[in-house]
Each structure stands twice: as structure tokens, then as C-alpha cells.
Design a binder for this molecule. Structure first.
Ligand SMILES: Nc1nc2c(ncn2[C@@H]2O[C@H](COP(=O)(O)OP(=O)(O)OP(=O)(O)O)[C@@H](O)[C@H]2O)c(=O)[nH]1
Ligand SMILES: [Mg+2]
Ligand SMILES: [Zn+2]
Length: 313
């Protein structure tokens, strides 16, 4: 048996990189589908797999244990919870976007589409929940706007890149960041994830969105999660942009501990399960009163908390 790395996952087939043999089309051994699991699919981009090779194609026999996985709740319709768990076990099914990542780059645009702090936070929380390093990229800084919008994440200790795929600003730093291990770019559609990759590595020549973006919301140009090798070394996962990110596998009490900028505060609250709403001796509320925590940051936290509690039912 040979070792492979999953490069892309389509509805019918999977592409796997196998050492010495290159990229092969692969199918899955039937028993991989039968096993009870929480994921909607048995393999994801970034998975290390054992394959048997016959000519031009391969069969994935087994999937090695994952170091981490970036997940989102399964997007097709709401999962009804009790009674319908079926093959996904007891928890609601999740979709694994990619596995075994060394870092995630959360990409936002200064403008066009408008900067959405809440979405940046959701991606940061989702990465932190899996213990995956995240940094933030502010792209399109060639366009007019206030670059200071990204400061809260810098202050929260995130590595922040300020870049323009158009003018080349910040690309050297970005290239250095991407040049080892497996990175993944995530963010709203149209923020320029694919454009940044094309600018970082001229060999890639990936398709990017048209310049005419209607209503300031990018059209989805990248339609499949794909793992790409970079000339500078390292590999990168380009993902299709999304407009919303619901969090999977994050509990309401966990949220504050993962939230950018809250730092150690949640650990200083009187109650261990403090949700920082009205509880007495809450360190977050205290910081808010003292002006040590920006109200805009707290508001985003509240919005995400409300969503989480609604989805928990
Ligand atoms: N002015 C400016 N435009 C940019 C920049 N980067 C990308 N664009 C434009 O923004 C649009 C969207 O770029 P894409 O690279 O396709 O965005 P994406 O994030 O990959 O979008 P999805 O694949 O849909 O998620 C294209 O018209 C790009 O030319 C930039 O730095 N400055
Ligand atoms: Mg794209
Ligand atoms: Zn609290």
C-alpha cells in the first residue's frame, strides 16, 4: 500500500497525490462510507490516506488520524437533532473543509466587499477551537479606506498582513508566511483570496472573479476546495468564499475563551461558566465598564453567542 495526500474532494471522485506517482484519481473503499462518524464525508482535503494503486487510479483504503480539522456545520438544511442522527452518530453532522493544517489565513478586504469584522472573528474562533494558528490578512489596501479597521486583531495578538494583490504591497511577507507546511485561505467571497495566491505565485494562474462585482458582494469564483503546491515551498488550500460562517463544536462558555481580544479575561470571572451577560463579578463586563474593552468587540461577541445558543436549541 502507498501513502497519499488528498488534494481535492468532488462529489464523485477524489484526487490524491501519491509520492513518485503524482496526482491520481481515487475512489473510496466502500466500508469508509459505512462507518458511523460526525462528518458528512469520510475524506477531506489535507487528509493523509493509505491507497492501493492500479494503473492510473487509486483506491483509498483508510484515512489516517487527523491532527486537526477545520469544520463547519453541514450547510444543507438544518439538522433536526434527535432521532435522525443515523450514520452521523449523535452529534449534528459537520463538514470538514480541510484537515491537518499548519495555519489559517483569514482574508478580508478593506472594501469591496465591505469589511465585516464579525466574519473575521468567526473564522478566528473556528480556527482557535481546533488549535490551528490563525493570522489575518487585510487585502485591497490599494482602495480607499481606513486600514486601522484591522488593529483590533493585531492588538489581540494575531499576526496581521496588510496587502494588495493589485499593487503587490505586503506580498513578500505573505509569501514568507506560506512557504512551509499547509496553509488555508478563508474569507468572504470576493475579498481576493485567489488573487493573492496568483500574485504570490505567478505559476498558479488560478481563475479569479470578474472586476464587475454586483452590489459589492463578490460572486463565488472558486468553487472547490483545492490543495495547491507553491513555488516558494509549502502548500496552500484555496477555499470558495462564504457569506456566513456558523460555528460547529464550540460551546457558549468556550466562545469567550477563543474570542479575539478577550485574552485571559474570561478566566478571571467569578463563575467558571460565565457567559459575560449579567453575571456578578464578570471580568469582561468590568473591562467594558473601565473602558479597557471596546464595546464593538463585545457586541460582536454577543451576536455570535446568540447564534450559538439558538443553534443549540
Ligand atoms: N483593487 C483590488 N482588487 C482586488 C484585489 N485582490 C483581488 N481583487 C479583485 O477582487 C475580485 C475578487 O477576487 P478573487 O481573487 O476572485 O476573490 P476570492 O476571495 O478568491 O473570491 P471567491 O473565490 O469567490 O471566494 C476580482 O475582481 C479581483 O480582481 C486587490 O488587492 N485590490
Ligand atoms: Mg477564489
Ligand atoms: Zn464573565
Amino acid at each position: 500500500m502507498a501513502e497519499g495526500l488528498v488534494i481535492s474532494v468532488g462529489s464523485r471522485s477524489v484526487r490524491v497525490q501519491v509520492r513518485e506517482l503524482g496526482e491520481l484519481r481515487a475512489t473510496l473503499r466502500g466500508n469508509l462510507w459505512a462507518a458511523e462518524r460526525k462528518e458528512t464525508r469520510p475524506v477531506a482535503v489535507g487528509d493523509r490516506v493509505a491507497v492501493t494503486v492500479a494503473g492510473e487510479s487509486a483506491v483509498i483504503e483508510s484515512v489516517h488520524e487527523r491532527r486537526n480539522a477545520f469544520v463547519r456545520p453541514q450547510p444543507f438544511g438544518r439538522f433536526s437533532g434527535k432521532g435522525r442522527a443515523g450514520r452521523y452518530g449523535k452529534a449534528p453532522p459537520v463538514q470538514v473543509i480541510a484537515a491537518n493544517l499548519d495555519r489559517i489565513l483569514v482574508v478580508a478586504a478593506l472594501t469591496d466587499p465591505p469589511f465585516r469584522p464579525g466574519l473575521v472573528d468567526r473564522f478566528c474562533v473556528a480556527a482557535a477551537a481546533q488549535g490551528i494558528d490563525a493570522s489575518v490578512v487585510l487585502n485591497k489596501v490599494d482602495l480607499p479606506g481606513d486600514r486601522a479597521v484591522i488593529e483590533p486583531w493585531r492588538e489581540a495578538g494575531y499576526n496581521v498582513f496588510v496587502a494588495s494583490a493589485t499593487t503587490g504591497e505586503g506580498l513578500d511577507e505573505l509569501r514568507a508566511e506560506l512557504s512551509g507546511g499547509i496553509s488555508m485561505l478563508v474569507g468572504h467571497s470576493g475579498v481576493g483570496k485567489t488573487s493573492l495566491l496568483n500574485a504570490v505565485d505567478l505559476k498558479l494562474q488560478l481563475r479569479v472573479g470578474e472586476v464587475a462585482v454586483h452590489h459589492g458582494r463578490g460572486r463565488h469564483t472558486t468553487t472547490r476546495v483545492t490543495l495547491l503546491p507553491l513555488s516558494c515551498g509549502g502548500m496552500v488550500v484555496d477555499t470558495p468564499g462564504i457569506r456566513e460562517l456558523a460555528l460547529a463544536e464550540v460551546s457558549p462558555t468556550e466562545l469567550a475563551r477563543l474570542f479575539p481580544g478577550f485574552g485571559e479575561l474570561p478566566h478571571a470571572c467569578h463563575f467558571n461558566n460565565c457567559r459575560h451577560l449579567r453575571e456578578p463579578r464578570c471580568a469582561i463586563l468590568h473591562a467594558l465598564e473601565q473602558g479597557d474593552l471596546a464595546p464593538e468587540r463585545y457586541d460582536i461577541y454577543l451576536r455570535i453567542l446568540t447564534d450559538l445558543e439558538e443553534s443549540e436549541g
